[in-house]
Design a protein around this ligand. Structure first.
Ligand code: ADP
Ligand code: MG
Length: 402
C-alpha cells in the first residue's frame, strides 16, 4: 500500500486530490452533536492543505435513499469542519453536478471543497457494478484525472467495509494512497488479531447479538475472557434458561449462545445483576435485580453494580482489551452507570485498550470520560468488527498492490 506520505513526497501543490473521509456524524436540531469523526479526519486534510494540495472531500451522512434529501445534507458538517480546520471550506450543492464541477475547477492551492452527501447519488451504493463505476468516474473527473495530477486518498475507515463508488471503485480509477487514519486503525486491529499480548479480554455489549455473532465466533478461540453486557446479554441469559422479562431478546440466537456457553463456559462472563425498569425514560423508576430473577414485564436496561465490579476484576490484569458496545442504554441517565464503570475499567488497563463501535466511542465522549485513557478509539464500528471477523474490507483490499 502506498501511504499519504508517498503521495506528498511527489509533490501535491496545484494538484486536485480526492479524499474519501468518514464524516458520518450524528446531528441534533440541524447541528453536529458529536464531532469525533470530523476531528479524526483533520490530520490528513491538514497535511494535504499545508502542502498546497487542492483538496476535494467526498463523504456520506446517514442513509438517504439515493436522492437528495435535506435532512441528510452535509452542510452542517461543512460548517463544523471549517471551524475545526480553522480555514474556509467550500461546499458543493451536489456530488458531481454543476456546483461540484465549478467549485472543483476553481480551487486554489491549499483550498478545500466538501462535496454534498455522496449517497444523494444512487450510484454510490448500487449493487450494479456499471452504475457504481459511472458515479466513480464522475468523482474521479473532479480531480481532472490521473494525467492532470489527480489522485485518491482513502481515509474513511468507517466506510472501508462497503463496496461503494467513493470507497472502492474510485480507487481503481486514480492513483490511490492510504490515509493516516486508515493506516493507524489497521495497525491497531492487527494487534488484536495477531499475537495479542495476554491476558486478552473482549467486552461486548450493544443492542444485537446477531450483529456480533461472527465476531464472537472469530475472537472466542483467541481470547482469555469474553465479557457480555448490553442488550445482547439477555439472549445469553435466556440460553442459560433464565427469565428475561421484556428485555431485548433474539429468540433465534439462543441456540448459538448455548453453543458458545457450551464450548467456552470458562471464558464467558455474564452479568450477575441487572438494572430494570418498565420504560426507558429520564425519570424511570429503576430497580437492581439478580440476573436470574428479572421480573416478568420489566426490561433489563443496564448491567448492575455487582456486574460492573466483576467485569472490572476480570479486566484488571489484562494486557489487551477490545471493547465494543455499550453495557446499557447509556443515552438515558438512569442506565448509564454500567457503561461508565466498564469504560473506566477498560481505560485503567495497563496494556493496549481499544474501543470499537460508533455508539461505544460516542459513549466515551458523551459520558465525559478521558479519551486519553484508551489506547485507541476506533472511528469505525462495522469496519472494525468485520476486520476482526477476518472478512476482506473492499476499501482496503483495493489499496493493495497498484
Ligand atoms: P456500537 O455502535 O458501539 O457497536 P451497538 O450499535 O451495537 O454499539 O449498540 C448500541 C446501542 O445499544 C445503544 O444505542 C444502546 O442504547 C443500546 N443498548 C445497550 N444496552 C441495551 C439494553 N439493555 N437494552 C436495549 N438497548 C441497549
Ligand atoms: Mg451502533
Amino acid at each position: 500500500m502506498k501511504t499519504l506520505d508517498d503521495l506528498i513526497k511527489h509533490g501535491v501543490a496545484g494538484r486536485r486530490i480526492l479524499v474519501r473521509s468518514d464524516l458520518n456524524v450524528p446531528l441534533k436540531d440541524g447541528a453536529v452533536s458529536d464531532d469525533g469523526r470530523i476531528r479524526a479526519s483533520l490530520p490528513v486534510l491538514t497535511k494535504l492543505l499545508d502542502h498546497g494540495a487542492r483538496v476535494i472531500v467526498a463523504a456520506h451522512l446517514g442513509r438517504p435513499k439515493g436522492a437528495p434529501d435535506p435532512a441528510y445534507s452535509l452542510r452542517p458538517v461543512a460548517d463544523r469542519l471549517a471551524q475545526l480546520l480553522g480555514r474556509p471550506v467550500e461546499f458543493a450543492l451536489d456530488t458531481v453536478g454543476e456546483s461540484a464541477r465549478l467549485l472543483a475547477d476553481g480551487l486554489a492551492d491549499g483550498q478545500l471543497l466538501l462535496l454534498e452527501n455522496v449517497r444523494f447519488n444512487a450510484g454510490e451504493t448500487s449493487k450494479d457494478d456499471a452504475e457504481r463505476a459511472d458515479f466513480a468516474r464522475c468523482l474521479a473527473l473532479l480531480t481532472g484525472g490521473e494525467d492532470d495530477g489527480g489522485a485518491f486518498v482513502e481515509d474513511a475507515f468507517g466506510a472501508v467495509h462497503r463496496k461503494h463508488a467513493s470507497v472502492y471503485d474510485v480507487a481503481t480509477l486514480l492513483p490511490h494512497y492510504t490515509g493516516d487514519l486508515v493506516r493507524d486503525e489497521l495497525e491497531v486491529l492487527q494487534r488484536l488479531t495477531g499475537d495479542a499480548e495476554r491476558p486478552y479480554a473482549v467486552v461486548l455489549g450493544g443492542s444485537k447479538v446477531s450483529d456480533k455473532l461472527a465476531v464472537i465466533q472469530a475472537l472466542l478461540p483467541k481470547v482469555d475472557k469474553l465479557l457480555v453486557g448490553g442488550g445482547m446479554c439477555f439472549t445469553f441469559l435466556a440460553a442459560q434458561g433464565h427469565e428475561v422479562g421484556d428485555s431485548l431478546l433474539e429468540a433465534d440466537q439462543i441456540e448459538a449462545c448455548k453453543g458458545f456457553l457450551r464450548d467456552a463456559a470458562e471464558k464467558i462472563v455474564l452479568p450477575t445483576d441487572v438494572v430494570v425498569a418498565e420504560e426507558i425514560s429520564d425519570d424511570a423508576t429503576t430497580q437492581v435485580v439478580a440476573a436470574d430473577a428479572i421480573p416478568v414485564g420489566s426490561k433489563g436496561l443496564d448491567i448492575g453494580p455487582d456486574s460492573v465490579r466483576a467485569f472490572a476484576d476480570a479486566l484488571a490484569g489484562a494486557r489487551t482489551v477490545f471493547w465494543n458496545g455499550p453495557m446499557g442504554v447509556f443515552e438515558v441517565a438512569p442506565f448509564a452507570a454500567g457503561t461508565r464503570g466498564v469504560a473506566e475499567a477498560v481505560a485503567a488497563v495497563a496494556g493496549l485498550s481499544v474501543v470499537g463501535g460508533g455508539d461505544s466511542a460516542a459513549a466515551v465522549r458523551a459520558l465525559g470520560l478521558d479519551a486519553s485513557g484508551f489506547g485507541h478509539i476506533s472511528t469505525g464500528g462495522g469496519a472494525s468488527l468485520e476486520y476482526l471477523e477476518g472478512k476482506t474490507l473492499p476499501g482496503v483490499a483495493v489499496l493493495d498492490g497498484v
